[in-house]
Design a protein around this ligand. Structure first.
Ligand SMILES: [Zn+2]
Length: 108
């Protein structure tokens, strides 16, 4: 396990995050790092695999989506069990409406 030392170095090398993600702050960033390790890289919206090698700016890259709409739960960082991996293009967190309904998937 690489632990905390990776975070300081990463900033100067791969600082490709959007301004939106930067705005959520370090707490969200840490949550993303953790979620990326514990969740399988499967988009919870379209149920397809997410390519972890894609650049963060790619529309099919890995992002962390939260299940609770910001409108009702505010912008504070949610607990990890209220988040799921999603393709950047499918991440619903910046939309007002509910996520698209597909047939039920297996429970995590
Ligand atoms: Zn997807």
């Amino acid at each position: 396990m690489g632990s905390a030392t990776a975070f300081g170095q990463a900033a100067s090398v791969t600082d490709k995050r959007t301004t939106t993600e930067k705005g959520r702050g370090r707490q969200w960033q840490l949550l993303c790092e953790q979620a990326r390790r514990v969740y399988p890289p499967i988009c919870w919206i379209c149920h397809r695999e997410i390519d972890l090698t894609l650049a963060a700016t790619d529309r099919m890259s890995w992002t962390l989506d939260h299940l609770d709409p910001v409108a009702t739960h505010g912008t504070q960082v949610p607990p990890i069990e209220r988040t799921r991996p999603a393709h950047r293009a499918h991440n619903s967190s910046r939309k007002a409406g509910p996520p698209p309904q597909h047939r039920p998937s297996r429970l995590w």
